[in-house]
Write a protein that binds this ligand. Structure first.
Ligand SMILES: [Zn+2]
Length: 178
């Protein structure tokens, strides 16, 4: 009898094709500022979003802090030089308090775009997608500062905004990550 596999608590981007992990599979490291678990990100993701003033990025593995209340975006295991919001060129969805808040980086769709689509008549996720183009970009490793599929950002948001207006359904959005 094999114990049930826990939900995907580890989002190591190197394992995009793996649905479930154990927590220790990617050697998770805590954010030096907020002490929450960080998610491994590839150097190319950090390089794409960090300002040139942060160069060189060095050889350490970088982790992404997703805590909305923490100003750190990327950090390394040594904690020697965390990259904060002010070090990053890209607006990071969960760290931003003001609009525009990006939802889908590949297709450059914001929360406001989605709300406008719904208020303009979109009654379900497919219609939101048709109007805004959200999802399916497939370049999240480069465009999303978390280095992972943007559907984690936009699916819950669209669901919530539809529900608020008595609409619904989230089927049909493909989750494409390269
Ligand atoms: Zn943090």
């Amino acid at each position: 009898m094999v114990a049930p596999i826990p939900p995907a608590v580890c989002d190591d981007p190197r394992g995009h094709n793996v649905k479930y992990f154990l927590r220790d599979c990617s050697g998770m490291v805590n954010c030096p500022k907020c002490t929450k678990d960080g998610l491994v990100v590839e150097k190319i993701t950090v390089a794409n979003h960090a300002k040139e003033s942060c160069w060189p990025l060095g050889d350490e593995t970088y982790y992404h802090c997703e805590n909305p209340d923490c100003e750190v975006i990327y950090f390394t295991a040594s904690g020697s030089r965390p990259l904060k919001i002010s070090d990053i060129k890209t607006r990071v969805t969960f760290k931003e308090r003001t609009s525009p808040r990006p939802l889908c980086y590949c297709k450059q769709v914001t929360e406001e775009d989605v709300i406008n689509a719904i208020e303009g008549g979109a009654a379900n996720v497919d219609e939101v997608r048709n109007i805004t183009g959200i999802g399916g970009g497939g370049h999240c490793k480069f465009t999303n500062p978390a280095g992972r599929c943007c559907s984690r950002n936009y699916k819950p948001f669209i669901d919530l905004e539809l529900k608020k207006r008595g609409k619904g359904g989230s089927d049909g959005i493909p989750m494409i990550v390269k």
